[in-house]
Design a protein around this ligand. Structure first.
Ligand code: GLN
Length: 544
């Protein structure tokens, strides 16, 4: 029978519930258990696909094309269980489904209410993830205990434990134990209050994971245990990690969270196998090279907007033994201050995906700079479209080349709407989404990176390369290195004459894992390391 772990958060938001849940999932997998991860989000949007990156950070896309919360990226980077549409539900989706049933008359005229109809719907989406082939489901409840919005979810998980049996479930509460400088003390009161609130709703947490800047003394742990009604071995310290997020699982192991969970749920597990993970951290701590990569995007100042891209660059750095300083450059600043000034010192330039016109000219300038100065370049989605615009304008001689997303009347629409998008009027979930197959041109950079002639990559776009221009671009030196299997959609463009210039219509960052970096990012970073090396060798040194 599948066991269920519920992770809630208290005191403040941004405590890293997603990372803690993902780390626990990883540890249980490394104990030989079959784990599924799930996130329930209390907001009313039906999915994060139409939310601003400023509000919500990046939209994380799964193989099946669902547009999900960025915490699912953590899940995929740490664990290997499949994630699908069922791995992320919002309040909006839950209500939509209940209201659709009501419209179909499925409630036989009864009054439709939060309890039991909404809570039943929530319980059914949790139950969906269990099964004969699953040992543990970890369900993370978004938001903070005490929020009005998360109440139906908390009520549903309380009921769920009643339905399946309390011993089949484990409630983990992530809380904050702040350090108060004036008193020179750690404070346990916020934790006591937040657990108090959970208990009012009827949930007695089994384990408290306490985020803290400083170590929690035995006395403080005893106090938390006493006031919160948990055994002292269930008060787990999770100290801030300033080196790397990939240290979080180790800190949980040091505090024996994995053993505790296995014991409490009565799971039959193998001994923990952490060799590969320890090796990863060793490589992370002992880099052989130092390089810098500029990420030039519309939302570059916002940490979460390109979360998976930054992570994927880090994974590539680990595999190339390179410590990478990432410069987050706003494309609008490139327009104002010039590419030379902002990008001159970087060893590689990456232009990520995006929507909307603001900052597009800055991206085009950054790409021209990378192309003409032979700086390794990777373009992703809108980054590829901008690379095509730049090449069209400056190499093919189409001075007004543009995408019809930004200029409907351009004389040279080198990027235009996909046929399937022409009649779409709804905004949510209507792009070309999720895994799509592609084939690669032999002897291309992409084929060399993948070591294969076919790919399957995740997409999220409405516009594409306009095939009317293929021949002219080819004649001027652009290589079409990857297309859909029928040849109709361009997936990858490259410049064979450049040290490493590759741009792709899809999102490689969603498939990169710390132990398995994405081949394109790996080779991009490899090219940046070579460039750095060459520059260091040829640098003019002052005479002694
Ligand atoms: N806005 C572009 C499109 O819709 C690119 C999308 C993206 O970068 N994800 O095609």
């Amino acid at each position: 029978m599948t066991k269920h772990i519920f992770v809630t958060g208290g005191v403040v938001s941004s405590l890293g519930k997603g990372l803690t849940s993902a780390s626990l999932g990883m540890l249980l997998e490394q104990h030989g258990l079959r784990v599924r991860m799930q996130k329930l989000d209390p907001y009313i949007n039906v999915d994060p696909g139409t939310m601003s990156p400023y509000q919500h950070g990046e939209v994380y896309v799964l193989d099946d094309g669902s547009e999900t919360d960025l915490d699912l990226g953590h899940y995929e980077r740490f664990t290997s269980g499949p994630l699908t549409r069922d791995s992320n539900y919002t309040t909006g989706q839950i209500y939509l489904s209940v209201i659709e049933k009501e419209r179909q008359g499925r409630f036989l005229g009864k009054t439709v209410q939060v309890i039991p109809h909404i809570t039943n719907e929530i319980k059914s989406v949790i139950r969906k993830l269990g099964g004969d082939d699953v040992d543990v489901v970890i369900t993370e409840i978004g938001g903070t205990v005490g929020d009005i919005e998360s109440l139906p979810f908390l009520e549903a998980i309380r009921q769920f434990a009643q339905d399946v049996g309390r011993q089949q479930c484990l409630f983990i509460h992530l809380t904050l134990v702040p350090y108060l400088k004036a008193a020179d003390e750690l404070k346990t009161k916020p934790t006591q209050h937040s657990v108090g609130q959970l208990r009012e709703i009827g949930i007695q947490p089994d384990v408290l994971v306490c985020r803290c800047e400083r170590g929690i003394s035995r006395d403080d742990r005893e106090k938390i245990a006493l006031f919160c009604n948990v055994p002292i071995d269930a008060v787990i310290e999770e100290r801030d990690k300033d080196f790397s997020i990939y240290e979080v699982p180790l800190s949980l192991v040091d505090n024996q969270l994995d053993e505790l969970v296995i014991k409490r749920l009565g799971l039959v597990a193998k001994p923990l196998e952490l060799h590969a993970w320890l090796d990863l951290l060793h490589r992370l701590r002992n880099p052989q090279h130092e390089i810098s990569i500029a990420v030039v995007g519309k939302y570059a100042e916002h940490r979460d907007a390109y979360k998976s891209i930054y992570e994927a660059i880090d994974h590539a750095g680990i595999s190339q033994q390179a410590q990478i300083r990432i410069g987050r450059i706003q494309s609008g600043d490139v327009e104002r201050e010039g590419a030379e000034r902002l990008l001159g010192g970087y060893d590689g330039i990456l232009v990520p995906g995006g929507f909307g016109e603001r900052g597009v000219e800055g991206k085009v300038d950054a790409i021209q700079f990378a192309r003409t100065r032979s700086i390794p370049f990777l373009g992703i989605c809108l980054g590829m479209q901008c690379a095509v615009i730049e090449f069209g304008r400056n190499q093919v001689g189409l001075s007004k080349a543009h995408s019809t997303e930004f200029d409907k009347n351009t004389p040279d629409p080198v990027i235009c709407l996909l046929d399937e998008q022409r009649n779409v009027t709804r905004v949510g979930g209507t792009m070309r989404l999720g895994n799509q197959p592609g084939v690669l041109t032999a002897d291309s950079r992409a084929a060399a990176a993948y070591g294969s002639d076919s790919i399957n990559e995740r997409h999220r776009h409405r516009y594409e390369f306009n095939n009317d221009y293929r021949q002219r671009f080819e004649e001027h030196g652009l290589r079409f290195a990857g297309t859909s299997p029928d040849g109709a959609l361009v997936e990858i463009v490259e410049l064979p004459a450049h040290p490493w210039f590759v741009a792709v219509q899809y999102h490689p960052e969603f498939k990169s894992k710390p132990l398995l970096p994405h081949p394109l990012l790996r080779d991009f970073v490899g090219a940046a390391v070579r460039r750095r090396h060459h520059r260091d060798q040829t640098a003019v040194r002052p005479e002694k």
